[in-house]
Design a protein around this ligand. Structure first.
Ligand SMILES: NC(=O)c1ccc[n+]([C@@H]2O[C@H](COP(=O)([O-])OP(=O)(O)OC[C@H]3O[C@@H](n4cnc5c(N)ncnc54)[C@H](OP(=O)(O)O)[C@@H]3O)[C@@H](O)[C@H]2O)c1
Length: 323
């Protein structure tokens, strides 16, 4: 029997094989309310193979090939879907050699292609993954004040400082709301901070690599500034809440309370006495903080960081990427 015949609603997740999207696919499958159509760029690539091993994937997950820059492939992917989670966007690990082509076009044109396809397909709601990168790069925000959804990163400031990823997320999110205002398409955005947690996919993504650089013992000295982190499973929860709650609208910041690197290391040292941690911390003052009240009012909770750290370390050790 087809999943749709059993009452499951079909939703699309773009970039399904990525870090955040994989956990979202897993969550959607676990509720049994959804049949999931996940887009990947290469159906034969082993980096996406984990998706079909998720529980209930053989019943309710269909993978389709789509590049966000190819409108036709995006339109086919979202056709017949009630909802769409637009997650796919490049997250570069360093400075891109061609910012426009490598990062900005896939983020901005990619988002517009998804939204146009959703409008044409009469999709009921689109949840777009933005980022705090579209929030905090704002020199006009009062110093020391927690960022809220009212803050937008300054495009010129991003350009001047060659912060191409920040720029890509800011432009894409602005374009999303402009498209919503023009067409009436129901769009909600989620803006996570640095996403960490256990990996479902076989490759290490950019944010987990950044996190590993804080805690790996091969770095003897690390900056001890507060870090805004969020568990990937909590991000998936936020995306689903934003989709399912009829009251959800606009953008939502998504972050756990900030932790200093030394706090993270102390938690890890307690659980893993053999763990070789950074030896020296350089105190760094001042950091962004985020007011997540709006998301919490939707019912979102973030798990204790101890749990995130423990599960992450178990996973990274099993993969041999942490001692
Ligand atoms: N991780 C974080 O800390 C963080 C924080 C805030 C927001 N976000 C946002 O969360 C989303 C997912 O990030 P992630 O950390 O999960 O990164 P990831 O693991 O690198 O996943 C990115 C996904 O986007 C896909 N993609 C990139 N360009 C594409 C294109 N032109 N067409 C189709 N797919 C394309 C990639 O596909 P391929 O595998 O084919 O390259 C991959 O599946 C992004 O929108 C990112 O900006 C992430």
């Amino acid at each position: 029997m087809e999943a749709a015949e059993r009452g499951a609603v079909t939703v699309c997740v773009t970039g399904a094989g990525g870090f955040v999207a994989s956990w979202l696919v897993k969550l959607l499958l676990s509720t049994a309310r959804y049949a999931v159509r996940g887009t990947v760029r290469d159906l034969g690539d082993g980096k996406n193979a984990h998706l079909m091993t998720l529980e209930d994937a053989s019943e309710r997950l269909q993978l389709v090939k789509a590049d966000m820059l190819d409108y036709g492939s995006v339109a086919s992917a979202v056709a017949g879907c009630e909802g769409v989670f637009h997650v796919a966007s490049p997250v570069p690990s360093g400075q891109p050699s061609n910012p426009e082509e490598d990062v900005i076009a896939p983020a901005v044109t990619g988002t517009l292609n998804v939204l146009k396809a959703c409008y044409e397909a009469k999709v009921k709601r689109v949840v777009v993954v933005s980022s705090v990168a579209a929030v905090f790069n704002n020199p006009n925000w009062p110093k020391g004040e927690a960022f809220t959804e009212d803050s937008w990163s300054d495009e010129e400031y991003c350009r001047k400082n060659e912060e191409w990823y920040f720029l890509s997320k800011t432009l894409a999110e602005h374009e999303a709301f402009a498209y919503a205002a023009k067409t009436g398409l129901d769009i909600v955005t989620i803006c996570p901070s640095l996403v960490i947690g256990p990996l479902l996919q076989p490759t290490v993504n950019t944010s987990v690599n950044i996190f590993l650089s804080y805690i790996k013992g091969d770095q003897k000295t690390v900056n001890n500034g507060p870090k805004n982190l969020v568990d990937v499973r909590d991000v998936a929860d936020a995306l689903l809440l934003a989709y399912e709650n009829p009251q959800a609208s606009g953008r939502y910041l998504c972050s756990s309370p900030a932790l200093r690197v030394s706090d993270i290391v102390n938690i890890l040292k307690t659980s893993y006495p053999t763990y070789t941690c950074p030896q020296k911390f350089v105190e760094v003052e001042g950091s962004n903080t985020y007011n997540t009240e709006k998301l919490r009012k939707l019912g979102w909770t973030s798990r204790p960081m101890e749990e995130t750290l423990q599960d992450s370390v178990e996973c990274y050790r099993a993969l041999g990427i942490l001692n």
